[in-house]
Design a protein around this ligand. Sequence first.
Ligand code: 5AD
Ligand code: SF4
Length: 454
Amino acid sequence: MQTFYIKTFGCQMNVYDGQRIESMLRGRGMLQTEDVAAADIIILNTCAVREKASNKVFSELGRIRDRKKPDALFGIIGCVAREEGANSFRRIPELNFVLGPQSYHKLPEILDNPDARLLNIDLSGLEKFDALPPATESPAVAYIPIQEGCNHCCTYCIVPYTRGRELSRPFDDVMRDVHAAADNGAVEICFLGQNVNGYKNSLANLIKETAKIESIKRIRFTSSYPTEMSDDLIALFGTEPKLLPFLNMPIQSGSSDVLTRMNRPYSLDLYIDIVNKLRAVQPDIQISSDFIVGFPGETDADFEMTCDIARQIGYINSYSFKYSPRPHTAAALMKDQIPENVKKQRLKILDDILTENNRRFNESCVGQTMECLIEGPDKTGKHLLARTPYMQQCIIDVGANENSPNNAHENRANAHPTKSPISSGPGFHSPLQSVKITSANKCSLRGEIVKTES
Ligand code: 5AD
Ligand code: SF4
């Protein structure tokens, strides 16, 4: 039997793309392997958002080419494939295929004709969603893309180039995927898009429709663009109990000047106003953000404003990145690029603030009981890992409660989100459990299961 190896880098969108490919290859009778040296097909599913991520792909390709079977089919898909195009074959002549994030559904062409070379980095729009066979299994958390691409054209971002202009999937197509995921065992739906709240066919309606499905217990979406946070969507945080009280809404910078140069034309007042409206309808809501430090021309005073807003909003679970000049972007050509050592210092200062926010919020959770999604055992098998409604990680001591399983590994199949359907064997009947938070630090929570859901 033929085997395939796939490694995914980058965002949830890529994780989804990877899952679709896995499902297609399994449908052709292939088995997945973790052993690259034994694989008949090797795929790197790549991310181009920062230079480091992009370079990592080519060093990995170099390592793989020395280990792989001589006749293994070997290729890259995703954003680096689109960024590098035919140049990928020059850099790694052993590559058999290079397929962009909107053309990986062409993979069967090379499987059927392995002696050819395949390059396709077209922006084929939504074609890939229908071209691949529907997924036949779902993890407990199903990530469902509702859009491709992005129309915002932030001056630092390569995504409009790699994934093209923004396209919204038809409402009924998305709901068909939601129902399929629910039928296959999903309990949480996460709607995905580069600009998910800009979904043209109403994200609020998608959430309402999804909430009607009995077996779906948690709904969330990522990532949101501030100016597209409509009032009906904000209101849902107060009225729809299945919508988790957690929102990723990247601000990127706290300086209006920097935001203007980033081509993110919203004022801080508008952003704060949205946060206030969200907190008015759902006082428990927590917000996360992405930040870029060291954008061209960022002064100490600009950076100070970013630190101020990070403290003021009290973001949790946020990401901060050093600005990385990318091809095909306007900011790469801007004057006043910031030296690497300054970027590094600023990143450390901001990371300390974000960590302190996390620690404070995590500690405030101690003593509370929260419904958490069990993701599976940790590496030691002595604990279960779970996600709170705010996406914090919670470590659960197994055996701490009579309802919890004796051995975390025994429950792998019904607790791990990559395994489905959720079995109803001994131990857990549902991956959702009420967990009492017993302690916390800056990274995670610890807790114990207080009651098993039926
Ligand atoms: N440099 C650094 N970070 C970037 N991001 C996007 N482009 C760049 C870049 N050129 C970050 C943004 C975005 C996240 C997915 O990646 O913060 O929200
Ligand atoms: Fe995802 Fe952006 Fe990376 Fe492409 S460049 S894989 S869209 S994070």
